[in-house]
Ligand binder design. Sequence first.
Ligand code: NOJ
Length: 554
Amino acid sequence: MTKKWWKESVVYQIYPRSFCDSNHDGIGDLNGIRGKLDYLKELGINVIWMSPVYKSPNDDNGYDISDYQDIMDEFGTMADFDALLQEAHERGIKIVMDLVVNHTSDEHAWFVESRSSKESEKHDYYIWREAKDGKEPNNWGSCFSGSAWEWDENLQMYYLHCFSKKQPDLNWENPKVRDEVFSMMDWWCQKGIDGFRMDVISMISKPEGLPDAPTHGGLYGDNQITCNGPHVHEYLQEMNERVLSKYDLMTVGETAGVTLEEAQKYANAAGTELNMVFQFEHVGLDAGTVDKWCKDPIKITELKENLTKWQTGLADVAWNSLFFCNHDQPRVVSRLGDNSPKSAKCIATMIHMMQGTPYVYQGEELGMTNCAFPSVEEYRDIEAINAFHELTEAKMREPEELFECINYKSRDNARTPMQWNAEKYAGFSDAEPWIMVNPNYTEINAEAELKDEDSVFHYYQKLISLRRFSQWKDCIVYGNYQLLSPENPSVFSYTREYEGMKLLVICNMTAQTTEYEIPVTVGENAQVLISNTENSDLKQTMTLEPWQAGVWQI
Ligand code: NOJ
């Protein structure tokens, strides 16, 4: 397996709006991030992926970009960005930018021109269609509720928006669109950025003829029909040839709807497309049949089966990204865990010891939990707000029941302000934040955890340092993965092997004490690398404490 810096890295995702506010407006910003670089250095990560910081009217918190080569007013200036990049580099930290090019904002100059007239030079930059029988061209639904088509009075045509109506989809079939995107990317590379996380990149090539999609009992067609379209690999290969291959970058595709077979192409080891992808099967295991708004728990056996499929399916032919949390997911400690620091450490061990590049989402390293939003009025996320109204108005769901589910799954759970200390507004800002602070900030915060050797922060720090600097690092990064005890409903256990070295990972993924008979011989001289409990002795039969996790060299 070829060794690469991006395989040996640990990435930290920042959602700038909620990370740290330096200018007293209740909104995080670039200078806020700058002020926390030493904290990130201490955690041990070496790459930051920043959610979008570009000019945006913020219909979807920056994922609706109106100027790719300028900075959002609330976040600062291009000079602030340059300073951040330089200061990060001085600390050996790379910066990966979010690249949102499936769509722009409707306020982007391209769209303004596109909708000005059918004759405009940029009309064909977006996906316009005539009405069909006086209605939308097909049954596609937007990921944020409602139809994926918006009527334009002036042009008497519909435009496609797979997300909000303020996020019109770009027409990648138009070579001029690709030229524009690639030259913009090149401009950022020239500036010295270190890579791209590519937003819904699996959706850029729409299916031929834009056919109706199956509805599965929902109001609209299934969005999966827009994923992995006929030309997506062609476009990425062109992007690779014209931009990516000219620089030493980390690239990760956010590939909604990706299958293992597709991922093997996107992240192929020959390097003709991207370095790795985010796949979402494991975080979709608790989705309902119609949508994600339900509270069923993820079954540990299914989780093991799924993650193992990805571990073995991409080994040698592609590369995995390892994550549970990001700005679109509820907090994993409230989802797989029981909100306790011990469960946070257990889940972290399970995912960080796998093969792939780990991503830590801001606050995950503190064990930050879901937030109990008291009412719909406290939500800020367009997805949650629209879903609540659409499904209750269509009488498809009862308001109380749906509210419970949204509280559990909403993206806003991940977007509450970073909990820096126990002062007002959690030290995130001295003005009222744009979204409510999780009331548990007085107990869960960075200042307290930095002082506590036994904290979730210090556990993450150790996991990261094992992967980046220890004598076991090659085994942790490149070692062969083998699942143990697939049928065990509580224990997630596997081995990693590399050049004669063998590591054993054991995680009791439940709040119950569990007996575990280790199915491989552990011998006498096992050495513990990390453990979340006092008693870390390895025995052939273990009585595992609730959420006990450990890693041993055997
Ligand atoms: C995926 C992003 O992660 C999400 O936050 C955003 O709303 C959509 N893509 C649309 O850009």
